[in-house]
Design a protein around this ligand. Structure first.
Ligand SMILES: [Zn+2]
Length: 294
């Protein structure tokens, strides 16, 4: 499952390759890929035709392509294995090609790299897809209007996040993964930021001090920024960015996936514990579990 840095890498790729191009036509090759577009495949393709794509946007792990001349946007769901690829029109179809979007190349765009390319949504497991939605006055697709800003968003409110942590009867990793509080922090980056902050994943948030919250947010941002610099992590060999290149940040992870390996800070073997149908990786010495109150 791609996390925020991976999605941001895809967004940047799309910005370069599809922004401000006019859709000449779209083709849905598998109905499951547009199942979130409730009006169906024909409606999806008809509504796109002739519209210009605006600047691709992201909030947390959600990525969308606004249409420039109407308050609507194409929301991309990458799912487990979804890829948005830019390919020359003449390139053979991928085995798992689900949706193709062709563009009208105008004389102005004919000399650019993008000329002669099309956008392809390829998805082996078909958990992902594309759908068209109305947008809110802020420009968000209406179905994700409840998603909080992510920590890399300049308008993310650190103080409001701290107050929300204090109010919630939650534990810290649950809170980090709560998309209505903070978006874009997935399992991997939560474990990394908690390790850097020396915090156990089950620590109650009610007792968090402001400095502790700010330190944790700083580590969340550092981990994500470092991942972005190398193109995101890639744990799923099926996941590649918009130009088909895999990320390789996994080599520099400090916690996630390091069960039994020495903690890079104190040398204690790292542990893995089942956590909400996933796993949490932590150092039992640096990240002491909270005392259980009866
Ligand atoms: Zn340690």
């Amino acid at each position: 499952m791609p996390e925020l840095p991976e999605v941001e890498v895809v967004r940047r790729g799309l910005e370069r390759w599809v922004a401000h191009r006019t859709v000449a036509g779209a083709e849905v090759l598998h109905p499951r890929a547009v199942r979130r577009h409730l009006a169906g495949a024909d409606d999806f393709t008809h509504r796109l035709e002739g519209h210009r794509i605006g600047a691709p946007s992201r909030r947390g792990k959600y990525l969308w392509l606004p249409l420039e001349d109407t308050p609507q946007a194409i929301l991309a769901h990458l799912g487990m294995s979804g890829q948005l690829l830019i390919r020359p029109r003449t390139a053979p179809d991928e085995k798992h090609l689900r949706i193709r979007v062709r563009f009208a190349d105008t004389p102005a765009s004919a000399d650019t790299d993008a000329a002669g390319t099309e956008l392809r949504f390829v998805d082996q497991r078909t958990f992902g897809g594309l759908s068209l939605h109305d947008t809110t006055p802020d420009g968000l697709p209406d179905v994700i209007a409840h998603i909080a800003r992510d920590p890399l968003d300049p308008l993310f409110d650190d103080e409001a996040f701290h107050q929300a942590l204090r109010r919630k009867r939650s534990t810290i990793k649950r809170a980090l993964l709560d998309q209505s509080l903070i978006s874009g922090v997935g399992n991997i980056y939560a474990d990394e930021a908690l390790w850097r902050s020396r915090l156990h994943y089950d620590r109650p948030t009610a007792g968090f001090t402001r400095p502790r919250t700010l330190e944790l947010l700083g580590h969340v941002r550092d981990v994500m920024t470092a991942a972005l610099a190398v193109g995101g992590t890639s744990f799923d060999s099926l996941y590649v960015n918009v130009n088909g290149e895999s990320g390789y940040f996994d080599r520099s992870l400090d916690a996630y996936g390091r069960e039994g390996l020495p903690c890079r800070r104190c040398g204690t073997p790292m542990r893995r514990r089942p956590w909400m149908n996933r796993s949490s990786y932590f150092c039992p010495r640096c990240q002491r579990p909270p005392r259980v109150s009866s």
